[in-house]
Design a protein around this ligand. Structure first.
Ligand code: C5P
Length: 396
């Protein structure tokens, strides 16, 4: 429930993507938001107010002369009762109007009269999007502090391919959630590792582990939402890249070490979330190892670099945060790890609580001692961790 108690006014304008607004409403409500819809006449050519009335349980405002609103001032009331005005899809026409302060529909009047932040998700044909007039309007809106979500690139309703598609409802939801997060890491650079590593034995086999990368990706999102510039170095995982994050894909611990060391100089924070292999085969066979009679082959293992310890030992080390996934004696092992790697903060969890799933139970270990966080989803824990990191940076 990442939008619990948030009141969102959703403006829908005329574009084929209007049908996706229904799904967006459902997602917003599922996260705990209350949604009040206002539609333009053009929007009603594509979808009906009835759909949105049924989904939100509220009267849908369409007409600036609507008398449903107690004092007849829906355009004022709707924004005063909202924490955010979101326009999705936002047509080229509506964007042009709001960039110039035109107020000729309920939605544009409401936009002009608002006293809450505005996010827009443009949706239009690629030529309309690329037109200098639209680009000027977008620049004006940006300069006015309006958040522009997307647009995405891809296949368009008209059959053309290019920039101008509305972001998918899930992506808009993520941007709305991000909007409400305190910007505790504004101006900070955060580098994380996530996922497993894969240490090759031959061209098709190797040593790896069951880390899904979910916790690292959740922390990357939380740091981004807190305003940080985020780089995520990840081993082989099947997680989609969160928008606005620089992702570097690697395979082995050695690759991960190099990718981190190349970028670490510019960072304020390093978070080692990856489950890095401690050992790798001394050599990887050039060809597939064949099954043969006689004694099975032996594998000689050698140590991999300890990325976190190496980063923490740098002369100008960023603030370092480590993870300790243990199957027992969590407090003892986590604290020992924190001291041996000389890092200020370790996040400990029992493997049985965290691996692969969407939720986790973690305890923070720092100079102040042991702080168990309330069990929650990985994203909730990630936000709590980011808050603690901001505190350590003196940014809270
Ligand atoms: O060394 P150990 O696995 O006990 O500690 C785990 C922490 O160290 C995690 O934060 C992990 O990302 C990091 N680590 C690392 N490089 C390694 C091994 C662990 O960065 N080779």
């Amino acid at each position: 429930m990442e939008l619990k108690g948030k009141r969102i006014a959703l403006g829908i304008t005329g574009g084929i993507a209007a049908y996706k607004a229904a799904e967006l409403v459902r997602l917003l409500i599922k996260q705990g938001a209350s949604v009040q819809v206002a539609m333009t006449d053009a929007a009603m050519r594509f979808v009906t107010p009835l759909t949105f009335q049924a989904l939100t349980g509220r009267h849908v405002f369409t007409d600036p002369w609507d008398v449903q609103s107690g004092n007849g001032m829906a355009h004022i009331n709707l924004s005063r009762e909202s924490d955010l005005l979101l326009i999705a899809p936002a047509s080229a026409d509506t964007l042009a109007k709001i960039a110039h302060g035109i107020a000729d529909t309920l939605l544009t009047t409401l936009t002009l009269a608002r006293n809450c932040p505005l996010l827009v998700a443009p949706a239009m044909n690629r030529e309309m999007w690329g037109n200098p007039a639209t680009q000027r309007n977008i620049a004006t809106l940006r300069a006015d502090g309006v958040g522009i979500l997307g647009p995405a690139s891809g296949e368009q309703a008209c059959g053309e391919i290019g920039e101008g598609r509305m972001l998918e409802p899930e992506d808009i939801l993520e941007a709305v959630i991000a909007h409400f997060q305190p910007k505790r890491l504004a101006g900070r650079k955060v580098l994380l590792t996530a996922g497993p590593t894969f240490e090759a034995l031959d061209p098709v086999r190797g040593i790896t582990n069951l880390s899904s990368g979910k916790m690292g990706f959740a922390i990357a999102r939380a740091a981004r939402d807190a305003g940080a510039e985020v780089t995520l170095v990840c081993g082989p995982v099947s997680q989609p890249t969160p928008s606005g994050i620089t992702r570097v894909d690697v395979t082995s611990a050695q690759d991960m070490y190099q990718a981190v060391m190349q970028r670490i100089g510019a960072q304020d924070v390093f978070i080692g979330v990856a489950a890095v292999a401690d050992y790798r085969p001394a050599a990887a066979a050039e060809h597939k190892i064949k099954k043969e009679d006689g004694a099975p082959p032996t594998i000689t293992l050698v140590r991999t670099p300890d990325i976190l310890a190496e980063v923490a030992a740098l002369p100008a080390a960023p603030l370092c945060v480590g993870f300790a996934a243990e199957s027992r004696n969590l407090a003892e092992y986590a604290e020992r790890k924190r001291r041996s790697k000389k890092i200020p903060l370790i996040v400990g969890n029992l493997i049985q609580d965290g691996f692969g799933g969407d939720s986790n139970a973690v305890t923070l270990f720092d100079d102040r001692g042991e702080t168990p966080l309330p069990p929650g989803s990985k994203i909730e824990l990630a936000r709590a961790l980011v808050e603690r990191i901001a505190l350590l940076l003196g940014n809270a």
